[in-house]
Design a protein around this ligand. Structure first.
Ligand code: G1P
Length: 296
């Protein structure tokens, strides 16, 4: 048995203050790892998972996201006319096109939290469970949301969140699961708390930015009061649904990079560079030269 997940929500309204000044004029979701913006990795992951409708919850100041995501036929024609057919074809493959794709842009005009951002998508979702992807969390390897969709029916829980173990000292940066039982890749959870102090954290199972949520999440979010940081937290609305729809954690197989931080961006860049023979040589040369400088 499988359950179709037809909608993906991408919350992309955040201001990206951790990357200023880079994000003064460029949305953080358009910062590249090598040559591909973070949002593109998330779109490709959702596509590979068979998502039909993509909803971007954006901000009026971040129109560049829409320009990146949507087709630019004039640019493609220009590249093709200059003999750069491969580049033009690459752009066509990556972009979303209103003729072929079901795309919605909706605005979150105030920074009221991740839960509020997801609620902003409510009027646009297709029936059934919805996927939520946070582009800051870059997951390389097998597509995380695709793996979750495959396991969703078997998990038997309405809400499913991607999870990984973190050091106890890091619980303050994540939603943390209250784990009742572990069963291979699946964790049965009896609750979830947003960014607890290490001393109060119910486990070290942290939520990363991939969710498959029962549509009941929207009613929960509509009545959700502000939580951690004074924001409407998605974590709190998920936790309130545990008794009614159930909650499972899913241990994904890919490698996750926290691209909301400079260290994570650098790690992701090095990881991908090492997989490209030309760039791997650049990294090795640089490290060799740096080691020689240090020894001198
Ligand atoms: C959000 C969620 C948090 C989750 C994290 C994953 O926090 O609120 O529960 O663990 O994403 O990256 P943020 O990092 O946006 O503060």
């Amino acid at each position: 048995m499988s359950i179709k997940v037809r909608t993906a929500i991408f919350p992309v309204a955040g201001m990206g203050t951790r990357f200023l000044p880079a994000t003064k004029a460029t949305p953080k979701e358009l910062l590249p790892v090598i040559d591909t913006p973070l949002i593109q990795y998330a779109i490709d992951e959702a596509r590979d998972a068979g998502i039909e409708r993509m909803i971007f919850v954006s901000h009026p100041e971040k129109a560049a996201i829409e320009r990146h995501v949507m087709d630019n036929a004039a640019l493609r024609a220009d590249l093709a006319a200059k003999g750069k057919r491969a580049l033009a074809d690459g752009l066509k493959e990556a972009c979303l096109c209103p003729k072929a794709d079901d795309v919605v842009f909706t605005m979150q005009d105030a920074p009221k939290g991740l839960g509020h951002a997801v609620l902003c998508a409510r009027d646009h979702v297709l029936p059934g469970p919805v996927a939520v992807l946070l582009p800051d969390d870059l997951i390389l390897g097998r597509g995380c949301i695709g793996e979750m969709v495959e396991s969703y029916a078997a998990a038997g829980a309405g809400h499913m969140v991607a999870t990984m173990d973190v050091a106890r000292g890091d619980t303050k940066s994540y939603g943390i699961l209250d784990v009742a039982q572990r069963d291979g890749n699946l964790l049965r959870a009896r609750g979830m708390v947003e960014k607890p102090d290490p001393a109060d954290a119910p486990s070290r199972s942290a939520v990363v930015g991939r969710y498959v949520l029962d549509p009941a999440i929207f009613d929960a979010l509509a009545t959700q009061t502000a939580g951690a940081g004074g924001e409407i937290q998605l974590t709190d609305a998920i936790a309130r649904g545990v008794a009614d729809v159930g909650l499972a954690g899913f241990r994904f197989s890919g490698t996750r990079f926290d691209c909301g931080s400079k260290a994570g961006m650098l790690r992701a860049t090095l990881h991908l560079a090492m997989q490209d023979p030309e760039l791997a040589d650049v990294v090795s040369d640089h490290l060799r030269a740096a080691a020689m400088d240090q020894a001198a």
